[in-house]
Design a protein around this ligand. Structure first.
Ligand code: NAD
Length: 278
């Protein structure tokens, strides 16, 4: 079984650098997909209230026979639950649905205002409660830009352990990654394969032929070489297995650079500067 390296977060907690993402995995497919992922060696699952499959993620982990402490699980606060009391209820509900008494990592999914005119800083202070009472081992954010992170830095006590942002070879996010590196915020690269859109790029295909790996493995390895945390999604058992087999080779610096040079600042998902939460 493949050994997946850990990354140490700024609070000392370890997170496996490769995980399994379940966005757009239908609830009825989730137990099978997560079970396959756990069988082939994944020990990190990325879900969210908005994905509608927390119950099934919890069920697959429970059925696996693994200890709760063997699997790193992240969930995220829904966009309609930013008001502090709503956030408390939503966090309780996520734990209940997963069947857990703690989460390894809990994130604000998007930097949005609260229902009554507050903003993500008041939401963040609510997540700090979950961290202090031990029910969230780490807390972090998703889709935060430097201006959002700067406000958390000056107006709150606990720094976010991670910023989960869209990153792929066509969207390398160098500026935001640089800001996070300076502030010891780990990067989680969401949609690491650009939802499949980067896999037929000629540069990536050529490197894949050269190193004897698939384009998906090359792209995932590129993220690993850059030090980011990734959790590709698939419901196909062969691909779930393929995506974890990236720790038996390295990409030379020139290949990492050639892939980084494909950047076009092109998003596949929503832009945090314009997204209103719907
Ligand atoms: P992804 O980049 O992981 O791409 C998934 C798609 O790529 C699959 O549906 C499949 O079509 C293809 N694919 C996967 N493995 C392949 C392989 N080996 N060969 C060929 N094609 C393959 O996209 P994603 O699911 O959007 O992102 C991954 C995870 O990131 C999500 O499941 C979720 O956990 C997280 N995410 C977070 C946010 C956020 O706002 N925080 C947004 C989107 C995704």
């Amino acid at each position: 079984m493949t050994a997946i390296p850990d990354i140490m977060l700024s609070n000392g907690q370890d997170i496996p650098q490769l995980g399994f993402g379940v966005f757009l995995v239908e609830p009825e497919d989730t137990v099978a997909a997560v079970s396959t992922a756990l069988e082939v060696g994944y020990r990190h699952i990325d879900t969210a209230e908005m994905y509608g499959n927390e119950k099934e993620v919890g069920e697959a982990i429970s059925r696996s026979g693994l200890d709760r402490s063997d699997v790193f699980v992240t969930s995220k606060l829904g966009n309609d639950a930013h008001e502090p009391d709503d956030a408390r209820r939503a966090f309780d509900q996520s734990l209940k649905d997963l069947g857990f008494d703690y989460l390894d990592l809990f994130l604000i999914h998007w930097p949005l205002p609260t229902r009554y005119g507050g903003d993500y800083v008041s939401t963040w202070k609510t997540l700090e409660e979950f961290y202090r009472d031990g029910r969230a081992r780490s807390i972090g954010v998703s889709n935060f830009q430097p201006r959002h992170l700067r406000r958390l830095h000056t107006e709150s006590d606990i720094p976010p352990a991670v910023d989960q942002i869209e990153v792929n070879p066509y969207l390398t996010q160098d500026e935001l990654r640089g800001f996070c590196a300076e502030h010891q915020i780990a990067i989680e690269a969401w949609s690491p394969l650009g939802q499949g859109s980067v896999l037929d790029d000629p540069t990536i295909e050529a490197i894949a032929r050269q190193v004897g790996k698939t384009p998906a493995q090359v792209v995932l390895r590129w993220h690993i070489e850059r030090g980011d945390i990734v959790f590709p999604k698939s419901v196909t058992p062969e691909r779930i297995k393929e995506n974890i087999e990236i720790f038996d080779f390295e990409l030379p610096g020139q290949d990492v650079e050639a892939i980084s040079a494909l950047n076009r600042n092109e998003r596949t998902g929503a832009d945090p500067d314009h997204f209103d939460g719907r």
